[in-house]
Design a protein around this ligand. Structure first.
Ligand SMILES: [Zn+2]
Length: 413
């Protein structure tokens, strides 16, 4: 096999790329493999901006360099001509090259690897790992997302959406996040949370596709529900049970805090303070010792135990088949409103108010809470990035990760 063929395969370059020579530069502390490349002579010149064919114009600024994926211990650089074509739409423009995107000093494969790593960890660690600046990684993420968004329309063929709000950073900063509850994919994100942001989603969707929506799941926020009711006329509004469970945990925590305040100074107060997490967690995630503590409550603190039971029962109801759930919900509302625990009496009123939406959710089986999954993953993206200074950068990473628009590794079949 010829060396140039071996090299072409090692560097993962396609057949449209010709290697005309190579040299190993040993001046740095790591060797750099420089491979000279050009397009095949018979390939027609295409505009790098719009892809139209165009006649040759000139040799541009002469030879250019593109940083490529490392080869073993060596860094790798492709060097080659970047001639211009005379595009009928864009004017004189650098022609398409198969190894790189337009207007970048990195090869396509290198950018894919870096963005892939940035999505899985964060931009700073991808920048360190590949020896480029944070700003370069940021630019790659933006460019690759724009390219992917041109290729796929995430809003096509939706029959259900989940609309949710997610904290974007400390303080009252939020994003409105729309996802497909069947796939879990985030399909649309924007800054802010208001009737206007939900309206902007429906503008992007268009009235025809909005009419095809059969289900919209949201939390109890009225600002979402009113817009959905007018813009998606055929959709049934479901209440994500993740949110209903958040309300129940809040109610239980209020009961606990109230008791703690009343017992302040007494030894019993200390015990209640330590109960916060065991009470709020799912039963299934508790240790044996924590379970025993809760069982003891039945004799030591009836009020708290009653609250805990109400929370757990509600979680069970959300997992039941719809007919059974309806009966159980009747019972639950009856007990909760007579529980003499003020937070649960209020919760019962809220749940009555949203009852239709809750039952629709149980009926459709959206009980595992796509919003919960997205909330936690988006939280992880934010933590990994140590907070985002600008919301656009945060949205880019959400779409690359949760929107499934991040690149595969170049060697993925
Ligand atoms: Zn063009």
């Amino acid at each position: 096999m010829r060396v140039s063929t071996v090299l072409r395969m090692l560097l993962g370059l396609c057949r449209a790329t010709v290697i005309t020579g190579w040299v190993l530069d040993r001046s740095g502390h790591r060797p750099t493999l420089v491979a000279w490349v050009r397009c095949r002579a018979d390939a027609p010149g295409r505009c790098g901006r719009c892809g139209r064919r165009g006649p040759g114009y000139d040799q541009g600024d002469g030879a250019r360099r593109w940083r490529h994926v490392d080869v073993g211990f060596a860094r790798c650089v492709l060097e080659g001509p970047a001639p211009r074509v005379n595009c009928s739409r864009c004017g004189p423009t650098v022609a398409v090259v198969p190894w790189a995107r337009h207007d970048t000093v990195f090869t396509r494969a290198f950018e894919d690897v870096v963005v892939h790593d940035a999505v899985r960890s964060n931009k700073a660690s991808a920048a360190r790992r590949h020896g480029v600046t944070w700003r370069a990684v940021d630019g790659m993420c933006t460019r690759l997302l724009a390219e992917a968004m041109d290729r796929v329309d995430l809003l096509e063929g939706l029959i259900a959406v989940a609309i949710d709000e997610v904290k974007s950073k400390k303080g009252q900063r939020y994003l409105t996040v729309v996802s497909d509850p069947f796939t879990g994919r985030v399909v649309w994100v924007t800054e802010g949370r208001s009737k206007a942001t939900v309206g902007a989603f429906f503008d992007a969707l268009g009235s025809q596709r909005a009419a095809e929506l059969e289900i919209v799941t949201t939390d109890g926020a009225e600002w979402i529900r009113t817009v959905v009711a007018t813009r998606a006329p055929n959709a049934e509004i479901c209440l994500d049970t993740f949110h209903a469970m958040t309300w129940a945990t809040k109610a239980l925590d209020e009961v606990r805090r109230d008791l703690w305040r009343r017992l302040k100074g007494k030894t019993a107060a200390k015990a209640i303070k330590g109960l916060r997490w065991p009470l709020l967690r799912n039963w299934a995630n508790l240790t044996i010792a924590q379970r025993d503590t809760i069982r003891e409550l039945e004799t030591t603190n009836r009020r708290l135990f009653r609250g805990w039971l109400l929370k757990e029962e509600l979680a069970d109801i959300f997992r039941m088949p719809i007919r059974q759930a309806r009966r159980a919900l009747d019972d639950w509302l009856h007990y909760a409103s007579r529980s003499r625990l003020e937070p649960f009496v209020r919760l019962a009123r809220t749940i009555r108010h949203y009852r239709d939406s809750i039952e629709a959710t149980i009926e459709w089986g959206f009980t595992n809470g796509i919003a919960e999954a997205n909330n936690s993953v988006i939280g992880r993206i934010r933590r990994n990035a140590n907070g985002f200074h600008n919301p656009a950068a945060f949205i880019t990473m959400i779409m690359l990760d949760r929107g499934g628009l991040g690149p595969d590794l170049p060697w993925t079949p």
